[in-house]
Every structure is written in structure tokens, then in C-alpha cells.
Design a binder for this molecule. Structure first.
Ligand SMILES: Nc1ncnc2c1ncn2[C@@H]1O[C@H](COP(=O)(O)OP(=O)(O)O)[C@@H](O)[C@H]1O
Ligand SMILES: [Mg+2]
Length: 423
């Protein structure tokens, strides 16, 4: 009987018997954006060791897992970071009341049974581990169990395969890869982050079409890509990877976008990075429902008033934004992004804003940032209104927003109409 095979672009590899207890039972579909499956298939067919280099979350493990699942091969994994010893790979002598007995390590088990093995973070392996790996990766590679009484020699089962992964070389805190070992990998794959459309496809495979098509998913992928570019350019130390995106999206069902991003990702960062990312994220991620509602209201008022692109932002809207940030600069940026306007300052006398029964235009006014911030500290209502009129009709006509603090918005609008001579 002919053995069954699977094909990846003409590269045909046999399907195994599926008897290994370590065969991945489930594997979500691998979205192949860099011809990785074909390369892995060649490696499996020709019995070549493969090294996958790439940032965490670029799908290195998923690719191998998927192939093992499809070809019904057992897959063992060991992380060589954090002091994994040669014993753990090869095996060790243990003692019981009858004397000593030998227990195979994970590598020895895989070599005997014909499972595949993935060596994660191989660049961080101890010298004694590298020594073992080098010996089994030679052409006729085998393993000598030196500590075992009979000094058994273990040969590689015909189905045994070696895969290794590591982070890109410039990664802080990892050792440079041992050259002798590196040369024993016949194939080296650079795993990259997927382009946006492929990443959305991955999201769809994991979380379904509705989430993949959501504004949140699309914007989060955009944000992730910004962090990737920033890291590439040496401007930051972290990236949002596909796993982080999936984890964030799982949470957005139950909470607002910023909260989800915090819990799934940014709280793991150093405080300064966390803060910086949140500032960028607020500009990227979709509006919360209340914020969207308040924004629509502001736009409607502006349109109603025909203020020629100037927006009137009432205290409700401001409070909504302030609920999202306490940072003045972020607040300004958010307003600019959502409403397309540069705004007046809002903060100075906020506590007093709604006291009294006459309308107050409470903000101190700034002109468009291009012209530098001009603060108007005038105290009387008349002065404030005069500043407002000056700005609204000034060189940045159509690019301003004024924040009103007043309980009675409708009444405020009437007063503004009068002030700006709008009919
Ligand atoms: N190309 C891809 N196709 C399908 N899922 C992917 C892909 N890339 C990443 N993922 C998903 O992203 C997460 C991280 O991938 P993983 O393979 O663990 O990355 P790595 O081993 O490079 O750190 C997993 O949940 C995985 O399912
Ligand atoms: Mg991995």
C-alpha cells in the first residue's frame, strides 16, 4: 500500500502513523505568509535541521506544530533558556532501593521514538547542551549515554527531526549563537511578522469572522505594526505580537479597548513604556461607546451652529474624554484626531466651571499649536468671549474648538450663536 502524503507546493512528505502520544491533536490553521511551510517540508523530507529566527510571536512554533499535526508526527518541545541541563536532554541515573536505574531525557526519547523536537531559544543554551546537540547533529549523529552503565549508543530514528528557534541576534540579554552549532543547521528561516491582511486572517482563524472584521481588530493590527516599525528603527524595545493581539481581542468582548490592551499586554511593560504605549494606543484604538456618542454630539452641535469647522465641545464631552485620560497633551491629541480640530485649553478653572448662573466660557484659549500657545488669562466673561471670537475668526479659522462649561447646553448654544452672529 502506498503511504499517504501531504504536499506543500510540490514538496511531498509522508503522513506518519499518528501513534505518538506527543502528536499535536489540534493545530489552528497556519497562515503561511513567507513560504515557511514549503521550506519546512523540504527540511522534513530531506532530514535537514532547521533554525527559525524571529521575534517572539512570529508563528515559529505554530508553523512546526501545524506541520506535525498535518503529518501526524509527535512533537516534543524544550526551552533551552534558564539553565536547562544536558541531563534533562540526555537522561540521568536515578536511585531507588534496588539500586540505580537510567531514565531517558527528552532528546533521547525523541531520538528513539522518532518524534520531532523543537529546541526553543537555542541561543541561550548552556555550553554542555550545545556540546550534546552538536554531536547528534553531525551527519551520522548519535548520542552516547555516557553515564548509563552500558554506555548505550542511541541512533536517530528515521522520523526524528530537529527544529530550533531563537530571537533575532540583536535581542538584548541573549548570547550570540555558537558558530559551530549554527553551521549544523542546513536551513535557516527568518520568521517575520505577517502583513496586516494576513494577520487579520490569523485573527479570523482563531476568533472568528466578526472579531476579525471589527474596527478594534483592524486598529489593533495597525497599532501593532507601529510598534514593530518603532522597534526595527531602534526607537523602542517592545512589540505587540500576534499572540498579544489575540489576547487583547479576547478581552475586548468584556471591557473597553484600553483596559483590554493593558491587561493583555501593556501592563507587562516597564512603567515608562506602558505609559508611552497607552498614549499612542488612545490615538489608535476605537472610541468607547460613550466617547463615540459624545463625539457625535459635538459634531452635530458644530454642524448645527455652522461654525465653519470650529467645534464647540461641551463639558459632557470633555468629561468623557477626561475619563479616558488625565494627560493634557493626550486629551488635545484625542480631540484633534476625533474631531479634526485644535482646541482650547480646558483645565485651569474647571472646578469652578459650572458654578454661577450665567454662562461661562471657562477655558483659557490657545491658538493653533502652529502659532504657539497663547494663553488668555482674562477673568471676565466679556474678555473670554472676546478671545474666543478672535481665535475663531483668526488665522486658524475653522480649526478651533472651544470648550464650554455649562449645565445648560442648549442655552449656551443660543448665547454662542448670538456671540458669533450666527443665525
Ligand atoms: N502565521 C500564523 N498562522 C496562524 N497563527 C499564527 C501565525 N503567526 C502567529 N500565530 C498565532 O500567534 C500566536 C503566537 O505564535 P507562536 O507560533 O507561538 O510564535 P513564536 O513561536 O514565534 O513565539 C499563536 O497563538 C499562533 O496561533
Ligand atoms: Mg515559540
Amino acid at each position: 500500500m502506498k503511504t499517504k502524503t501531504v504536499k506543500y507546493e510540490k514538496i511531498e512528505i509522508p503522513i506518519g502513523d499518528g501513534k505518538s502520544p506527543y502528536m499535536p491533536q489540534k493545530a489552528s490553521k497556519f497562515v503561511d505568509h513567507g513560504n515557511i511551510m514549503k521550506t519546512l517540508a523540504i527540511a522534513v523530507r530531506d532530514n535537514l535541521a532547521v533554525l527559525l529566527i524571529g521575534e517572539s510571536g512570529t508563528g515559529k512554533t505554530s508553523a512546526i506544530r501545524f506541520l506535525a499535526n498535518q503529518t501526524k508526527n509527535g512533537l516534543r518541545r524544550v526551552n533551552l533558556n534558564g539553565g536547562t541541563t544536558a541531563d534533562e536532554l540526555v537522561g540521568r541515573l536515578l536511585i531507588n532501593d534496588k539500586g540505580t536505574y537510567w531514565v531517558d531525557g527528552i532528546l533521547t526519547e525523541a531520538m528513539r521514538s522518532g518524534d520531532w523536537i523543537v529546541l526553543d531559544e537555542i541561543n541561550a543554551a548552556l555550553p554542555e547542551v550545545l556540546f550534546v546537540l552538536q554531536s547528534i547533529m553531525d551527519d551520522d549523529g548519535y548520542l552516547v549515554l555516557n553515564e548509563k552503565d552500558d554506555k548505550e549508543i542511541v541512533h536517530r530514528h528515521k522520523n526524528f527531526r530537529i527544529f530550533a528557534t531563537c530571537n533575532p541576534p540583536e535581542y538584548a540579554g541573549t548570547k550570540e549563537m555558537n558558530k559551530a552549532l549554527l553551521s549544523r543547521f542546513a536551513i535557516c528561516i527568518n520568521a517575520e511578522f505577517p502583513p496586516a491582511n494576513k494577520e487579520l486572517e490569523i485573527i479570523e482563524n482563531h476568533l472568528g469572522n466578526a472579531i476579525a472584521k471589527s474596527e478594534m481588530a483592524i486598529k489593533l493590527v495597525g497599532l501593532a505594526n507601529e510598534t514593530r516599525t518603532a522597534k526595527e528603527q531602534g526607537n523602542s524595545d517592545y512589540v505587540i505580537n500576534t499572540r498579544d493581539i489575540l489576547n487583547t481581542l479576547r478581552l475586548t468582548e468584556f471591557m473597553n479597548p484600553m483596559e483590554a490592551l493593558g491587561l493583555a499586554f501593556s501592563n507587562k511593560l516597564e512603567t515608562a513604556d506602558n505609559k508611552a504605549l497607552k498614549i499612542i494606543a488612545k490615538l489608535h484604538l476605537p472610541l468607547t461607546k460613550t466617547k463615540a456618542k459624545a463625539t457625535r454630539k459635538a459634531i452635530k452641535i458644530a454642524n448645527d451652529l455652522k461654525l465653519d469647522g470650529n467645534y464647540i465641545i461641551d463639558a459632557d464631552l470633555q468629561n468623557t474624554y477626561l475619563g479616558l485620560t488625565k494627560d493634557d497633551d493626550v486629551f488635545k491629541e484625542m480631540i484633534e484626531k476625533d474631531l479634526g480640530t485644535i482646541i482650547t485649553d480646558y483645565g485651569t478653572n474647571r472646578e469652578n466651571a459650572v458654578k454661577g448662573d450665567e454662562i461661562k466660557i471657562e477655558a483659557t484659549y490657545y491658538e493653533n499649536a502652529e502659532n504657539g500657545a497663547i494663553k488668555n488669562n482674562s477673568e471676565t466673561l466679556g474678555d473670554r468671549i472676546a478671545s474666543a471670537v478672535k481665535i475663531v475668526n483668526g488665522p486658524n479659522k475653522g480649526k478651533n474648538a472651544i470648550i464650554l462649561h455649562h449645565k445648560d447646553l442648549d442655552n449656551s448654544i443660543e448665547i454662542i450663536k448670538n456671540l458669533f452672529e450666527i443665525s
